[in-house]
Ligand binder design. Sequence first.
Ligand code: AMP
Ligand code: ZN
Length: 147
Amino acid sequence: MKEDNCIFCKIANGEIPSATVYEDEDFRVILDMGPASKGHGLILPKHHFKDLCEADEKVAAKLFPLAGKIGHAMKTGLGASGFNVVQNNGASAGQTVFHLHVHVIPRYEGGPVMVSWTPGKEDGKELERTAEIIKDALHMQNGDDIT
Ligand code: AMP
Ligand code: ZN
């Protein structure tokens, strides 16, 4: 399903032209117009999902293998030496376009790595407490079949 006024719905379904590197029945892969590095790709599902939490599991299951294929082509074709797979959910996580997408960002020897964070400090007890909270939330959403 497409959503009115969604730019990525229009691009994914070919209504707005884009620099397309790959297309199949579920996805279009385009180049980001504000690339973090040369060849920065965006995997766009053709169906509108706001983010990963809304995504159909069949579509979501195809995202990682496809990201791997696109990343491999960036290495063989563009001479990248590595790549980042980045996927933002929610404004606080940096999502600016609210149609699920996966960034595939080629990295080159000597180039900057922009996907990074400063490691914090947390003791084992606090990690355990946090793990329990997330586990409880998973039980609630999955009907208690997770141990
Ligand atoms: P995010 O911050 O994860 O929502 O990423 C949105 C990305 O989409 C940004 O990197 C933008 O540069 C890119 N973007 C937005 N509009 C377009 C467009 N019309 N064509 C190509 N890339 C776009
Ligand atoms: Zn959309």
